[in-house]
Write a protein that binds this ligand. Sequence first.
Ligand code: ZN
Length: 163
Amino acid sequence: MCAAIKAAKRGLTEGEVPIGAVVVYEDKVVACGYNRRAKLQLASAHAEMMAIDKACKKFGSWRLPEGCELYVTLEPCPMCMGASLNARVDKIYFGAYEQKGRSLTAALAEANLLNHKTEVVGGVLQDECSQLLSGFFISMRQKQKEEKERQKAESENFTQKDI
Ligand SMILES: [Zn+2]
């Protein structure tokens, strides 16, 4: 999970929502990814998708070898659960829980779609993963507030000058 957190922080430096993921096989990180949705402007550019795609390329197969595990800093969305099942990931560990509890993680893990079930363990290094996200959103809101105040000040200056 530390490697996934490191990947998330890399995304943070690029102005992305900090979410990171790694694929682990035989206790080694074989692929890592981080959310790149803003940079690529792709709805599918989630950390898990990036890591799973890289792992598939590395193994030269859409079906990952038995025993592959995915570590991700935030509870996966249904798209990423679908990709994990398609790639036959055997176990998923995630950090922070999706805040509003609307994720279908457990249901999808158990649904036996594609004749494959995956085990899911949530809350791994939960505090660190959650703080990374909440810190990002707090600073984003602060920046938006400052920008609004700056624009307001500018428009007031403009009005005074006009008069
Ligand atoms: Zn996702």
